[in-house]
Design a protein around this ligand. Sequence first.
Ligand code: ZN
Length: 64
Amino acid sequence: MLRGVRITCPICKTVLENAPDDHEPRPFCSARCKLVDLGNWLNGSYRIPTTERPENNDEDFGPS
Ligand SMILES: [Zn+2]
């Protein structure tokens, strides 16, 4: 019989009601969400200190 665990993915809020106990990407629903979280974490933690303003794309040149 299955001994599922309930996982609520912090990324996409998907609820897995019967995830296997050894669900690899826990606490995420999938490896993809795990990567998304890792990416967010890296972006936040390893942000390079800079005084430069981020370059914005000029949207003034679009076809009219
Ligand atoms: Zn997810």
